[in-house]
Design a protein around this ligand. Structure first.
Ligand code: XUL
Length: 547
């Protein structure tokens, strides 16, 4: 019976899981994770990215991801699993980041010396030693240039699924072309992190899948092909540097001789990699329209499957390709775990104390709002970082803990209304989804049932399930997506957290206060004092959730 490997190269870590699948049983038989900062300190990252004087410039070294893959394969080789059964593998990677490869790249992947780790051996085949990642927000000018060249934001969003966003790959490539012309000229192929790692495993260039391709501002969602006006407006000669786009279930090749010999692995099928959010869609079992998932990771994201690509007129959301061949709606917030950690650290709290403080404070925080823009924010667009507080003392530990959690959930709810989904059930995933006090706030804000998952990393699970799906298809079989996820990517029924109707009504009021504070902070509205007063009059102070 076959084994399937899923990998997830996220901002801060690399995770692997192996599925053992037969007709009657499906088990996860291996799970492992490594943090880049700890496992590969020589690369000098902090939280997986390289320190930079300008907070808008955020980059990581691609050689570090290659070495992380090597460490993980070594762990897999020592796992005691019968790896001859490893039929296929696929992966998930943080979206949007780009890797600039020289013409020598595929030769370098094929000729890697099995006695050495891959990182150093790849250095000469990269036109740039660093990749901009999704946290980078340094391309506002390039976004404006791309938008103007294709006839405006609406035209760009209607065709590619998103207006121009700083982290999206088209504007990022344009910045490299403008600021590092020599590096751009010596770039033969530009990969996403997902297609780069798939290429490294296969030993030749892998395609980009529509899930990750739609995070570039370069792909026509209707045809799953590069959109010439956007490609030409991004940088000269770019069309020849982009890999082809192929369906997510494409078999890219087999595991290259390097990985087979170095770790004693079989010639397993390599399935195209995708972005972490498209993979999480599968890993949270969202193969039908209706429910949404909220991932509380380095970024907080809310997403769900869409049969038709309904584009966000408000300009905050994205439509991506889904691994099922359909679409997914998504809104992304950069101040996810980053902001929760900032508040925790500012008051020297442990996560336990953070939860206790949240449980001991009254829902609604008496109308006090914390806009947690510690880092440049994506939704709404905030270029100059800094938390904004309304009625909240910066020294009030418990008030700030509740403030950050409530503001994040209110923002998730408000900025996802464009998807037009009546949210009844939320599949919660990501590291902070282990915290049920946070999930109670989520349930109350959305007025929806929230469920947790057994598997911590649903992007990784989604990648393994995608490997399974593609392998069945490649063997000439057929399988419905509902059968792919059955018994694996299902929330645990016993974890259900129900919303409290009174608190939900209160949060509907608080949403107006949040909107007023946000408008004020963005310079689009007056002081929100009146909105706060109105909230206090209408909602007599609620009790804490643990009292
Ligand atoms: C989505 C986004 C992030 C990254 C990192 O658009 O930028 O969710 O994929 O997780």
């Amino acid at each position: 019976m076959p084994l399937y490997l899923g990998l997830d190269c996220s901002t801060q870590s690399l995770t692997a899981c192996v599925l053992d699948i037969d007709e009657h049983r499906r088990d996860i038989v291996f799970q492992s994770s490594l943090q880049f900062d700890e496992a590969l300190p020589a690369y000098g990252t902090r939280h997986g990215v390289l320190p930079h004087a300008d907070p808008s410039v955020v980059r990581s070294p691609p050689c570090m991801w290659a070495d992380a893959l090597d460490l993980m394969m070594a762990r897999l080789a020592r796992s005691g699993l019968d790896l001859d059964r490893l039929a296929a593998m696929s992966g998930s990677a943080q979206q949007h980041g780009s890797v600039y490869c020289c013409a020598s790249a595929d030769r370098a992947w094929r000729n890697l010396d099995v006695r050495q780790s891959p990182g150093e051996q790849l250095a000469d085949s990269l036109a740039r030693p660093v990749s901009p990642v999704w946290l980078d927000s340094s391309t506002s000018r390039e976004c404006a240039e791309l938008t103007a060249a294709v006839g405006g934001s609406d035209a760009l969003a209607q065709t590619t699924g998103s207006r121009a966003f700083e982290r999206f790959t088209g504007p990022q490539i344009r910045k490299v072309f403008k600021t590092e012309p020599a590096a751009y000229a010596s770039t033969d192929r530009i990969h996403l992190i997902s297609s780069f790692l798939a290429s490294l495993l296969a030993g030749h260039h892998a395609p980009i899948d529509p899930g990750d391709g739609s995070g570039m501002n370069l792909m026509d969602l209707a045809t799953n092909e590069w959109w010439p006006p956007a490609v030409e407006a991004s940088a000269p000669g770019l069309a020849a540097k982009l890999p082809p786009i192929s369906p997510s279930s494409t078999i890219v090749g087999t595991l290259s001789a390097y990985w087979q010999r170095r770790h004693g692995l079989p010639p397993s099928r390599i399935v195209a990699w995708s972005g972490d959010n498209p993979c999480s869609l599968i890993g949270t079992g969202l193969v039908r329209e209706g429910n949404v998932a909220i991932s509380l990771g380095t970024s907080d994201t809310i997403f769900g499957l869409m049969r038709e690509p309904r584009v966000d007129a408000g300009g905050t959301g994205h439509v991506f390709g889904a691994p099922t061949g359909e679409f997914m709606g998504l809104t992304c917030f950069s101040n996810g775990s980053l902001a929760r950690e900032r508040v925790r650290d500012a008051f020297g709290l442990t996560w336990r104390q953070f939860s206790d403080a949240l449980g001991a404070t009254a829902p609604g925080n008496d109308g006090r709002i914390l806009l947690p823009w510690f880092e440049p924010e994506i939704t709404p667009a905030v270029a100059h970082p800094g938390a904004r507080r309304y009625g909240l003392d910066a020294g009030d530990a418990a008030g700030n803990v509740r403030g950050v959690v409530e503001a994040q959930q209110l923002a998730l709810a408000r900025h996802s209304q464009w998807m037009g989904v009546d949210v009844r059930t939320i599949h919660a995933t990501g590291g902070a989804a282990a915290n049920r006090v946070i999930l109670q706030v989520m349930a109350d804000v959305f007025g929806a049932d929230v469920y947790q998952f057994d598997v911590g990393n649903t992007a990784c699970l989604g990648a393994a399930l995608r490997a399974f799906h593609a392998d069945v298809i490649a063997a000439g079989g057929s399988i419905e997506w509902a059968d792919v996820v059955r018994g694996m990517a299902e929330p645990v029924a016993a974890t259900r957290i129900r919303p409290d109707p009174d608190r939900h009504a209160m949060y509907n009021e608080l949403m107006r206060v949040h909107a007023a504070c946000e408008s004020h902070a963005l310079g689009r509205g007056g002081e929100p004092g009146e909105a706060i007063q109105r909230f206090r009059q209408r909602t007599p102070s609620s009790k804490s959730t643990t009292s």
